[in-house]
Design a protein around this ligand. Structure first.
Ligand code: GLU
Length: 289
């Protein structure tokens, strides 16, 4: 099977050294294996995304010597595929509307008699405030102004999944990682699959997009390790293949903190303007051989 990987930034700011590392690693692997490297713009949230950041992404990647092998996929052009998938889960009674704000969730979790909240990939595990306690069909999918959560207990009780993980920068060995339904229920909880405004969440879109682009190997930071469990559950629900997940270490600042888009000081374009070459960037991120 041809190796197919991707780099999937959101056009919400300048790419920094952490992005350069992830994109170069994925691109190098694709070239090494005679595979394909694809580019996807995760631009579903049109309020935060901007054309000027898209142009910067193209410019930075091109300057780094990165070429993508198919036309760029944009989430904003594929909204129907996310909505169809939401309809499908809704019809199977696996979703419910949720009107809780972040503050509501925190106050429910800090109420007396509440057991200690665990933290999942998206923050504190949802306490279930809006979860319906009967199995009645909820009628038509609400069109707007509410989030939709997946009922994880209904979706994953008694299930066991696996995914293959490869850790870069350590031993590079592939391992089977078990994902147990009980662990998802306790430590992930009912996550959001659609945000207000009927927009697919990151988890929903990334799974559908990886399948649509026939990605065989996802290469991304190890901060997404626990989110991968969510993705494996969604792949099971939609009957989609699970790619191999390669997790790499994160490029950090001098205090050991992960870089964020607001860390403009590490922006690729600033290094370029200061006279650095693409090879200098490779050296800075430790990709020299
Ligand atoms: N847009 C996501 C990010 O930049 C992509 C994560 C992924 O590779 O799945 O963090």
């Amino acid at each position: 099977m041809t190796f197919v990987t991707r780099f999937a930034p959101s056009p919400t700011g300048l790419l920094h050294l952490g992005h350069a590392y992830s994109a170069l690693l994925a691109h190098d692997m694709a070239r090494h294996r005679n595979g394909k490297f694809l580019l996807r713009l995760e631009d579903i949230d049109q309020q935060r995304c901007h054309q000027k950041w898209e142009e910067c992404i193209f410019e930075d990647l091109t300057w780094l010597g990165i070429k993508w092998d198919e036309p760029v996929r944009r989430q904003s052009r594929n909204l129907k595929s996310y909505q169809d998938a939401l309809q499908d889960l809704w019809k199977r009674s696996l979703l419910y509307p949720c009107r809780c704000s972040r503050r509501d969730i925190l106050s429910a979790l800090s109420a007396p008699h509440t057991s200690n909240a665990s933290f999942g990939p998206d923050g504190p595990v949802y306490p279930g405030t809006c979860r319906p306690n009967d199995d009645n069909q909820l009628g038509l999918i609400p069109d707007d102004n509410v989030a939709l959560r997946l009922n994880v207990a209904k979706s994953a009780t008694g299930k066991e999944f696996n995914f293959v993980e490869c850790r870069h920068n350590t031993d590079g060995v592939k391992r089977e990682i078990p994902v147990l339904g009980g662990d998802l229920i306790a430590n992930v909880g009912d996550f959001v699959v659609s945000r207000r405004g009927y927009l697919g969440s990151y988890h929903l879109c990334v799974v559908l997009d990886d399948a649509a682009q026939r990605i065989t190997d996802v290469i991304r930071g190890q901060d997404l390790f626990s989110a991968t469990k969510i993705h494996v559950l969604l792949q099971y629900l939609f009957d989609l293949p699970t790619p191999v997940y390669h997790h790499h270490t994160l490029i950090t600042d001098k205090d050991g903190k992960r870089l964020a888009k607001r860390d403009d000081a590490r922006a690729i374009s600033l290094y370029r303007e200061a006279g650095a070459s693409p090879d200098d960037i490779r050296e800075l991120v430790g990709l020299t051989d």
